[in-house]
Design a protein around this ligand. Sequence first.
Ligand code: XBP
Ligand code: MG
Length: 254
Amino acid sequence: MVLTTLIFDVDGTLADTERDGHRVAFNQAFAEAGLDWNWDSDLYRRLLAVSGGKERIRYYLEHVRPDQSVVDNPAGFVARLHAAKTRIYTDMLARGVIPLRPGVRRLLTEARRSGLRLAIATTTTPDNVTALLEHSLGPQSPGWFEVIAAGDVVAHKKPAPDIYFYAMQRMGVSAHECLAFEDSGNGLRSSCAAGLATVVTVSDYTRDHDFDGAVLVLDSLGEPDQPCTTIHPGRISGRLPLFNVDVARSLLSH
Ligand code: XBP
Ligand code: MG
């Protein structure tokens, strides 16, 4: 099948946003609300099994802090807390706190020059995606992506396939002409359930996840001066110093 489209996850894939970004923003929102909640790095690693910031807060409220007296209804409490967290997080991105991962800018630039179509499929909010793209790739960069499928636009978040089906449906493409990029077990299960060949670039929190089903697992997309390491070669034989459009096309030609 001929490759026409690259579909990117955001958190952990475009940038390593979780430990030093989202987690910090959650904790600042908790402090702002006068809560004695603090998600340290190890607890957050476990909470990441729950996709979606609102869902994650709700899970924590119900399973870890059921003692927390919630002023009105839990849904309203969670929504307000998450809105504060998103404000704090987008401010962090605007300050350039979180850089893109190696090879992301290079692959996006090469893909655009090669005429490949681009999309995003993520659990995070559209505001967070726009803030990351604008501040790391420039004000025009959200327009590089024909579809930014994000957050609550679908009823069921990753590992459900909904967000990938939504992106492909809006683009009018089939799974066989697309290649997905993910970082986590939940993300890989989502893209595979949507029928997409998927490249995984592991992140700090996801290194030990089960990536069975990926067509290639790397530690990053690599840069000429920062070669990537292949963790699971999948369909690729031989050494792979960096991931580029030729490699992407070869993955779909098998
Ligand atoms: C990762 C997620 C998100 C972020 C937090 O999304 O599960 O929930 O952890 O962002 P993906 P929000 O890897 O699919 O990009 O608080 O905006 O949900
Ligand atoms: Mg991710």
